[in-house]
Design a protein around this ligand. Structure first.
Ligand SMILES: Nc1ncnc2c1ncn2[C@@H]1O[C@H](COP(=O)(O)OP(=O)(O)OP(=O)(O)O)[C@@H](O)[C@H]1O
Length: 380
């Protein structure tokens, strides 16, 4: 039977009696990953601090296994829940192995002595986060990313039923970010752990979340499946994106489009345009792009950066109307960039577009490198 593991009821959280967030309706089952996303200062850590009992709710309740969290003893809670926070823990003369072993304390005897089995678990946890090589290093003298992995190993070592992590990827390089997410996924799927994690990398959140909680700067909270939450408009308004755009499907960001009247037409497609569009953006040169299908991999970047995109319906040959629309835009341009898009039956008219540009004596740049564009448009 599916079991709701962590759940809130009429929960309000905040500081010094002042409510920061209210009506927090959160639930996670065993084997599920809940990801908290939202802008800086919205309150993700505050929710997490209430779940891990570092703070008390202003009102309402949090339940784990159907029991109010305030009813658990510290040792009971430590056996169920492990926590990975970003803040530095103070340690004196402790090796990384010692810190990881602290995760076994809820299970050790009064003197905190580790059994052989505990030691095996400590080793396995160090191995899981690829940290065996730094196991004997002084914990206070390792990098931020290494420290984050050691703290994860400590949490794994605890063999929890719930793991709560606040921005665990913030200091990790891409390899270790992926490893961390892989570990969380494995804990959820194989070990049936309930995972609650806050992330700033929304592209990663979209990949591992079973459920997402968006915490808005205005205190608005939304909870749902990733496919409902991750829409370009929602993410744009959640983070107040004004200097660029975010594409949920590809998990990519683009900076803002160049302003001004476009004098460049980029004839691209099949991924040949992306670097040209971005270079024009860096140079601040407004441009038009075409003729692209909306399912072309150049399209999302062109849509984000070009002043205008001439498109054709998916899976249709480029039609006469679209060709003529492109020609009109070429008339208004001084330069036409041929990005070298392969031409086949469907987009055969792209060749005609380039021929039209030649007839109209436009300056045609064929597969220009970035230095050529730079010297042409900036004189450098
Ligand atoms: N100890 C505190 N006392 C009073 N206000 C606090 C305290 N800690 C945090 N806040 C405030 O509570 C709000 C939410 O902070 P919180 O750390 O929960 O946000 P967050 O969503 O985790 O942000 P970030 O993404 O930047 O880590 C912020 O306005 C912050 O300034």
């Amino acid at each position: 039977m599916e079991q709701i593991y962590v759940q809130t009821e009429d929960l309000s959280v905040g500081y010094h009696g002042k409510v920061l967030l209210s009506d927090i309706a959160l639930k996670v089952k065993k084997g599920e990953i809940l990801v908290l996303i939202g802008p800086n200062g919205a309150g993700k850590s505050t929710i997490i601090k209430n779940i891990i009992r570092e703070m008390n709710p202003i009102s309402g309740n949090i339940y784990v296994k159907g029991r109010k969290i305030s009813d658990f003893t510290s040792k009971e809670y430590a056996k169920i829940m492990s926590v990975v926070l970003t803040e530095k823990i103070k340690t004196e003369m402790m090796t990384c192995r010692d810190v990881v072993a602290m995760g076994r304390y809820p299970y050790t005897n009064y003197f905190g002595r580790l059994t052989k089995e505990d030691e095996v678990i400590v080793n396995e946890s160090l191995k899981k986060v690829s940290a065996l090589d730094i196991a004997e290093n002084d914990f206070s003298q390792i990098s931020d990313g290494q420290r984050q992995r050691i703290m994860l190993a400590r949490a794994i070592c605890q063999k929890p039923e719930v793991i709560v992590l606040d921005e665990p990827t913030s200091f990790l390089d891409i390899r270790h970010k992926i490893e961390l997410l892989d570990i969380l996924q494995e804990m959820a799927v194989k070990d049936n752990v309930a995972v609650i994690v806050s992330l700033h990398e929304i592209e990663l959140a979209a990949k591992i979340a079973d459920y997402v909680m968006c915490v808005g700067a205005d205190g608005k909270i939304e909870f749902g499946r990733p496919e409902k939450i991750f829409t370009d408009d929602r993410i744009s308004s959640l983070y107040g994106l004004i200097h660029g755009t975010y594409n949920c499907m590809y998990g990519s960001t683009e900076l803002k489009k160049p302003e001004g009247t476009p004098k460049v037409f980029v004839a691209g497609g099949a991924g040949t345009g992306v670097f040209i569009y971005r270079e024009l953006q860096r140079l601040g040169i407004a441009f038009r792009a075409g003729i692209l299908y909306e399912n072309d991999c150049d399209f999302p970047v062109a849509k984000a950066l070009a002043s205008e995109v001439i498109t054709e319906k998916m899976f249709e040959p480029i039609g006469k109307d679209t060709f003529e629309a492109a020609c009109r835009k070429i008339d208004e341009s001084d330069y036409v960039i041929d990005t070298g898009c392969p031409v086949g039956q469907m987009n055969a008219m792209l060749k005609d577009v380039l021929e039209y540009a030649a007839e109209k004596k436009k300056i045609i740049l064929k597969k220009p490198d970035i230095d050529t564009l730079k010297s042409l448009f900036t004189g450098e």
